[in-house]
Design a protein around this ligand. Structure first.
Ligand code: MG
Ligand code: MG
Length: 262
């Protein structure tokens, strides 16, 4: 069964999601060559706890970090560690929060300093595809309408749409029904109702759609070693338009004033 949230529940989810956006902006301020991904994780955890929330990912199915940090050909679920970011890297940072038992979950992909033009376009178009999906998150549409919007937009550029990992409903669990694939047929899948809360999160590869999982049990990489981008917004399905619960505003302000791309 797909839960429809009350207005009160949606406001709690908005608080969770806004804190994710602020946390990602705080992390973004610290993105530079030489920073270790474990250092970014530590500052995110402190920031989340200082705001009276809990990290949503830490301990989730045994995940060790507060962030998933996925560099270059890593698609998602990268474990924070000793790796030091380098000029030209791209890094997907995915963050979760818990407030009053409700979850926030959003992600953004950043470029460190100057990144190559092909990769810049991958980031830009993946973010655009996210908003194409968000446009379809209105009552009466189906999950396949969202997937189709994302897929048809990015495939025109020859990109690969990851199939094995998908967006999801969210509420008092991080992953609820329905699944929100980034591919699909129009008019197929679960029907959307106003008040459903979902995460739309295109994972788009420069090359093949195929992925591999590393034997750390978490990290997902592209099978061909080419870069992958990932953006995620938490939204409430609306009658006429989606209500975006996460805000990228703070992140995009940091990008303007720091030597990062996104
Ligand atoms: Mg996420
Ligand atoms: Mg998610």
């Amino acid at each position: 069964m797909i839960k429809v949230k009350s207005d009160e529940e949606i406001e709690i989810l908005r608080k969770c999601s806004l804190l994710v956006g602020k946390t990602l902006a705080e992390v973004a301020k610290n993105l530079r060559p030489g920073v270790k991904t474990i250092e970014l994780d530590a500052l995110a955890e402190t920031f989340i706890r200082d705001h009276g929330a809990k990290p949503g990912f830490k301990g989730y199915s045994g995940f060790p970090g507060s962030l998933c940090i996925s560099v270059n050909d890593a698609v998602v679920h990268g474990i924070p560690g000793e790796y030091e970011l380098r000029e030209g890297d791209i890094v997907s940072i995915d963050c979760g929060t818990i407030i009053d038992g409700y979850y926030g979950d959003s992600a953004y992909t950043f470029g460190i300093g100057e990144i190559d033009p092909e990769t810049k376009l991958l980031l830009q178009r993946t973010k655009e595809s996210l908003y194409k999906g968000v446009e379809k998150a209105v009552a009466g549409n189906r999950t396949g309408d969202i997937g189709y919007a994302v897929q048809s937009y990015v495939e025109q550029f020859g990109y690969g749409v990851v199939r094995e990992l998908v967006g999801h409903g969210i509420g008092t669990s991080m992953h609820e029904k329905p699944e929100i694939p980034n591919f699909g047929r129009r008019g197929s899948g679960a029907k959307l109702k106003a008040g459903m809360t979902i995460c739309i999160e295109p994972m788009i590869n420069l090359g093949t759609k195929d992925i591999i999982q590393l034997n750390d049990g978490w990290t997902i990489k592209t099978a061909d070693g080419k870069p992958s981008a990932h953006y995620e917004l938490e939204i409430a399905v609306g009658k006429n338009e989606a209500d975006i619960l996460t805000s990228y505003t703070e992140i995009e302000q940091v990008i303007k004033t720091h030597n990062i791309y996104g």
